[in-house]
Design a binder for this molecule. Sequence first.
Ligand SMILES: NC(=O)c1ccc[n+]([C@@H]2O[C@H](COP(=O)([O-])OP(=O)(O)OC[C@H]3O[C@@H](n4cnc5c(N)ncnc54)[C@H](OP(=O)(O)O)[C@@H]3O)[C@@H](O)[C@H]2O)c1
Length: 295
Amino acid sequence: MESIIKSIVVTGASSGIGLSICKLFLKRGYVVFGTVRKKNQSSNLKKLLGDNFFPLVLDVRDKKAISESVLTVKKHLGHNSLTALINNAGIAILGPIEFLDPAVFQRQIETNLIGTLNCTQAFLPLLKAKKNTTRPTNGRIINISSALGGKIGYPFYGAYCSSKHAIEGFSEALRRELTIHKVFVSIIAPGAIQTPIWDKAENDILINKYEGTVYESAYKKMVSDMKKLGANGLQPETVAKKVIQAVETQKPKLRYTFINELSLNLLYFAPRRLLDRLITKYLGLTGKKIEKYFD
Ligand SMILES: NC(=O)c1ccc[n+]([C@@H]2O[C@H](COP(=O)([O-])OP(=O)(O)OC[C@H]3O[C@@H](n4cnc5c(N)ncnc54)[C@H](OP(=O)(O)O)[C@@H]3O)[C@@H](O)[C@H]2O)c1
């Protein structure tokens, strides 16, 4: 009888949540294909993660590199289909929309949203069950969103929230469309997780970047909150464990979160004007001190 290989493709395997996903799936006996952007990361990761890990060197914005990786994965899988695609690669860009360089905003959307689209389209054929195998199984797609960024627009997270709100709509439409192929799509929506994502964004975030603008103190408060939240966040393994659940359970959830469901629902369904008042008052965006900028 043909042996069945369980396998995943995870984008953004070099650090944080993606790296944890690789480690946990390897422990469970999966063959793991993880994407990195730099050649040297690929050999380092191979050394760290071992024989069942295969690095794919690609940028999720680069369709040609993705197509080449699909061929590599296909060759390894042979008669097997791919168990799951985990669209995890992402960046975080912060700043007031009024001053964000459109090219920077575009990089956010191209990485988090178009990158997910590119990988989904490219790897989908490998997720479809192979009819000529003894135990045909259909694969799953897991898209990494954000518990708050995917549902609530928070000041200065405009670019990031736009990308994650889009991931939520994209995933819901995709789930319904892929019912025809029996490929299930789940969203994993973490809160704050201890990963290097915010350090990598340092150049874009810079606490003093908006000094002298009306946003100065609110922006500083947000960056300082963000740093505290990041430092006290959950470990990336917590997210990786949920990904395993979403891939292996018979009946996966549509959306997995890590924050108490009741508090989340209170936030999601709170009247928007009430949230406006609470958030703008908290950050000092109510306009009371604005006069000094018009002197
Ligand atoms: N950390 C949190 O608090 C948090 C909360 C909610 C959601 N998330 C989401 O979780 C996902 C993983 O983030 P993380 O926190 O684990 O951050 P991370 O450690 O910075 O990991 C991000 C990964 O994505 C890769 N990446 C970035 N741009 C890419 C591109 N254009 N092409 C291919 N790969 C690219 C990075 O590669 P390089 O090493 O080359 O940069 C890295 O491997 C993201 O989608 C993020 O939005 C994170």
